[in-house]
Ligand binder design. Structure first.
Ligand code: AR6
Length: 177
């Protein structure tokens, strides 16, 4: 069996250019797209993704913070986009850390339900939501390793952290080595 650390990879780049089963999106509660990685994913993936997001909105009124929903990946080189909503950093006393942990856990659970084997994460909440990058890096590395440790039956065999900026890239490299 592959060691967990060997399943986790850190790269610097644009998440819309990777080839995996599932690309994770850092969305907002409304699920109708936005800036940052969300904008990039919708632009590169095309309107099919937004159409499915609209259907999810009609059914359940969007996506609560810390939770995740799944759609097609449209034109991206992936089968699915898993949209999760990270917390807005408000100083740290509003359960931001726990909510970010929930994002990683809920995304991985949903990925397993859809038999995903390879998945790429952006650095959720570290852009316009202003979550401190060092704490976000700790949380993301911890939650991915603990999930894989606790779910030995999981088919997930590759988790890519796709870091857009140098600081996140450096932090994630430190945390995953
Ligand atoms: N590939 C990988 N990472 C990226 C890319 C990309 N193409 N573009 C940006 N990032 P953000 P948030 C990084 O702001 O903080 C949106 O408007 C970026 O450098 O995209 O969770 C949503 O609609 C940063 O490290 O998401 C929400 O309203 C990380 O992705 C809100 O922003 C997350 O930055 C969510 O804020």
């Amino acid at each position: 069996m592959t060691a967990i650390s060997e399943k986790i990879h850190v790269v610097q780049g644009d998440i819309t250019r990777v080839t995996v089963d599932a690309i994770v999106n850092a969305a907002n509660n409304g699920l109708l797209g936005g800036g940052g990685v969300d904008g990039a994913i919708h632009r590169a993936g095309g309107s099919e993704i937004l159409e499915e997001c609209k259907k999810i909105r009609e059914k359940q009124g969007g996506c609560p913070t810390g939770e995740a929903v799944i759609t097609t990946a449209g034109r991206l080189n992936a089968k699915y986009v898993i949209h999760t909503v990270g917390p807005v950093w408000q100083g740290g006393k509003h359960q931001e850390a726990q909510l970010l942990r929930n994002c990683y856990q809920n995304v991985l659970q949903l990925a397993d339900q859809y038999h995903v084997e390879t998945i790429a994460f952006p650095n959720i909440s570290t852009g316009v939501y202003h979550f401190p990058k060092p704490l976000a890096a700790d949380i993301s590395a911890e939650e991915v390793s603990s999930y894989l440790n606790e779910h030995k039956q999981s088919k997930i065999n590759k988790v890519l952290f796709v870091c857009f900026d140098e600081e996140n890239y450096r932090l994630l490299l430190e945390k995953t080595n």
